[in-house]
Design a protein around this ligand. Sequence first.
Ligand SMILES: [Zn+2]
Length: 118
Amino acid sequence: MSDHHQSPAWSKTVRTIRPRLEAQRRAGSLVCIDCHKPIQPGENFSVGHKVSAAQAKRMGWTEAQINAPSNLGGTHSFRGGKGAGTRRCNEKGGGQIGASLRIKKASAAKRRPEWSQW
Ligand SMILES: [Zn+2]
């Protein structure tokens, strides 16, 4: 798992940002950062990075920049079957990108998965 997404700072960020996104969802104005379609009031979403933590790190962003509200948004999340937990919108594409990044960075840096589940 990711130390980034398990860090107290990230938890605090989520606690801060999620209510704002929920308010947007209720208002019908929340747009998924992955598929760019509206997240309907009845749909689940998770907080995700617009620029992934891994990508942002490569660009030299600080943790504060990575977790800035301007880099965060809602992404559709789906309940997986058989205890799979939740998965993010377009997880397939993002997961592949994340996997390749993790392979490249595995020996040089801490692992930074694209997003966190909770
Ligand atoms: Zn989506």
